[in-house]
Design a protein around this ligand. Structure first.
Ligand code: C2E
Ligand code: CA
Ligand code: CA
Length: 650
């Protein structure tokens, strides 16, 4: 029932469908009015020529009343319709009321004209073709809802029929329509109605289909410029628009600035309050940034990273205010806004590079709690180049042997003898000199290249073991630093097993250090990897204990053989009275959890004595030795500066 009512036009149209009908009607109106205009002009010319040829000028009043006036009215209406339809389709006027009135007036004029002319001619011989043509024009070319069409055609057919039913046919002299005419007339009306209904439903179906497509397209195009979570612009939109802008501004480029925002500790906020709360916070921050930089390009690149292109004047003040507002959101998690700024100059049009530099400036002030913003300058430029150099040259560095393993001894507190060595990477570069891990580990992690380095270190350590053993030189179990990403980017455990086998290294000579922060990311594969390492017979150590937020959880969820207490505990050894009891408690805890404790960063005899007194089993630090190449380590042992545990003397 509903479907029938719908197909008869008893339904509410959406704006899109309504506009679709209006559009279709305006297009049909153009065809109709052009045909009508041509026809009427032709009729007017033909009638005038007939009047002149047959010398009928004396009857001009009669012709005017009967023909010229009708032709004129229709011609005028067709011109008005044409004018309105063209304006509508060109988008110059979209006023519905105007086009509705014009359409109705035009339709009524057409039908009126059809009836009038047919009635004039009917007397001459049952002529109603003009009526029919006009009816078809007005009802079938234009699309009406079926019930509207029913009213229009019903009343016009009835009116026309009642008129001809009273008339006398000239050729036969009979009054009224014949039975055949009545039947023909009725079937004509029925066909007109059928065509109306069919045309309405065809166009309606098309309109609905188009509406769907339109909705999908709108959704997709919104997605392509809008960030789904926050509703502000996304990276693609930003890049496109920023590029246009950079190309457009030829002078005064120094006046614009790229800003890269990062919310420090956002990860911890997510961990503490959950993703939902994290997302809500991101939405708030996104709108705060958007509001703060009116008339600028504001976008979210990813996670908690926002990029803005704006004018340089007053930018520092806005960043200061934003930073203050963001601090208000923190309760237990310390949140801080960090902003890196880059001012393009000269011919620069590379948006990606500008964003990269702003991001680089932003990263350079991470963990500097007193700084909110940093402008990309010469010193950062040098670091930026180094970063590019590192990413581009890691393969060459490995192939050419620029990467070296340095060993730092780990000693037993009971006798200060070496019981282990930590393998630490160094990059001896022909251009940059000796690079410490601080300058390349993070970059390699960022570019997901770190596994190359760690695989190389595994192989180098195994080779050093083989060489020491074959040549009866001292060597101790080596602890390797694995990055969290190693487990993600390659089968590091598989590779370790293969290499150890290849160089015939006993498994107890290899230990794996996993830094605490790696375990707070809640990755599924890490627990599995730790399990696999244990199963293969390797000891796993927890590195940098106490440097992150979830130290104790990590101890609850995973098993480690050794706990490496982060060196930051020793930095306050002399002036912070809490350091000692904290260290003592950690050491006690490790004993209870059946782990060994190792304190890193031991630099003074006093620190070492304290560690001995609280029962910490192992220590590592400059007091014994800095990380050194294997040859130096051997020399130190030979000279007696360092003593190897009896177990590992070879
Ligand atoms: P880490 O694993 O915590 O290594 C200890 C760092 O502390 C080393 O820095 C070491 O030289 C330094 N250190 C040792 N004793 C003392 C001391 O008494 N005082 C002070 N101030 N520092 C001391 P390094 O060699 O620069 O390494 C830095 C970090 O780079 C390492 O931290 C480790 O996380 C990473 N790393 C080093 N080599 C590798 C590697 O081959 N692979 C991976 N994935 N990471 C590595
Ligand atoms: Ca380590
Ligand atoms: Ca460490």
């Amino acid at each position: 029932m509903k479907a029938i009512l719908r197909s008869l036009g008893f339904e509410k149209h959406s704006n899109y469908v309504r506009d679709y009908f209006d559009n279709t009607n305006m297009k049909s109106s153009i065809y109709m009015s052009v045909v009508v205009i041509v026809l009427e002009i032709w009729m007017i010319i033909r009638l005038t020529l007939t009047i002149i040829r047959e010398n009928l000028q004396s009857n001009l009043k009669h012709f005017f009343e009967k023909y010229y006036s009708n032709y004129g009215i229709l011609l005028f209406m067709a011109c008005v319709m044409l004018f309105c339809a063209v304006r509508y389709l060109k988008g110059k006027s979209k006023r519905r009321s105007v086009i509705l009135i014009t359409k109705w007036v035009f339709m009524i004029t057409c039908i009126y004209f059809g009836i009038k002319v047919s009635l004039n001619d009917y007397a001459k011989g049952e002529q109603f073709l003009t009526f029919l043509t006009m009816e078809l024009f007005a009802l079938c070319l234009l699309t009406w809802r079926p019930f509207t069409a029913f009213i229009i055609s019903g009343s016009s057919f009835l009116y026309f029929y009642s008129c001809i039913d009273k008339m006398v046919a000239i050729n036969t002299g009979e009054v009224g329509a014949t039975v055949a005419t009545k039947i023909n007339f009725f079937s004509m009306w029925l066909s007109t109605m059928m065509i109306c209904i069919a045309s309405y439903n065809r166009i309606r179906a098309q309109a609905l289909k188009d509406e769907n497509l339109h909705e999908i397209n709108t959704y997709l195009s919104k997605l392509s410029v809008e960030d789904e979570l926050t509703g502000i612009h996304n990276m693609f939109y930003f890049r496109n628009e920023a590029e246009k802008l950079l190309n457009y501004i030829t002078t005064d480029k120094e006046n614009i600035v790229f800003l890269f925002f990062d919310i420090e500790n956002f990860k911890s906020y997510n961990e503490k309050y959950g993703f939902h709360a994290g997302n809500e916070l991101l939405i708030k921050i996104a709108h705060m940034i958007d509001d703060a930089f009116k008339n600028s390009l504001v976008s979210r690149f990813s996670d908690d990273h926002f990029v803005v292109l704006t004018s340089y004047d007053g930018v520092q003040k806005i960043i200061g205010q934003l930073s203050g507002e963001i601090k208000k959101f923190q309760n237990e998690v310390h949140l801080e806004l960090k902003c890196g700024a880059y001012r393009p100059h000269g011919e620069e049009t590379d948006v990606s590079q500008a964003c990269d530099r702003a991001r680089f400036a932003c990263n350079s002030i991470k963990k500097h709690y007193d700084r909110t913003w940093r402008l990309y300058d010469k010193s950062l430029e040098d670091k930026f180049h180094l970063k590019q150099y590192i990413v581009n040259n890691i393969d060459t560095a490995i192939a050419n042997g620029y990467i070296k393993v340095y060993y730092q001894p780990i000693v037993l507190t009971e006798n200060a003898n070496i019981c282990g060595l930590e393998a630490l990477a160094r990059w001896q570069d022909p251009n940059y000199g000796l690079l410490s891990p601080a300058s390349f580990i993070e970059i390699l992690e960022e570019y997901r290249q770190i596994y190359k380095l760690d695989m190389y270190i595994i192989e180098s350590v195994c080779k050093d073991y083989r060489d020491s053993t074959d040549n009866h030189k001292p060597f101790a179990p080596v602890s390797l630093n694995f990055s969290r990403l190693d487990f993600e980017l390659c089968d590091i455990v598989g590779y370790l097993c293969e290499t150890v086998e290849k160089y015939n290294v006993p498994r107890e000579f290899i230990e794996v250090e996993i830094t605490e922060s790696a375990l707070t990311d809640q990755h599924e594969f890490l627990p599995n990897a730790i399990k696999k390492l244990n199963e293969c017979g390797y000891n796993v150590w927890l590195d940098d204990f106490g440097s992150g937020y979830s130290s104790l959880n990590v101890l609850k969820d995973f098993h480690f053989d050794v706990l490496k207490i982060d060196m930051k505990f020793l930095t306050g050894f002399n002036n912070n009275e809490k350091t000692r009891p904290i260290l003592e408690n950690i050491v006690n805890l490790t004993k209870k959890l059946k782990m060994l404790s190792l304190t890193e960063g031991v630099e003074t005899k006093e620190q070492f004595d304290f560690l001995c007194s609280i029962g910490c089993e192992r220590a590592q630090g400059y007091l014994f030795s800095k990380p050194v190449p294997i040859e130096i380590l051997r020399e130190k042992i030979e000279k007696g500066e360092l003593k190897m545990s009896d177990k590992y003397k070879n």
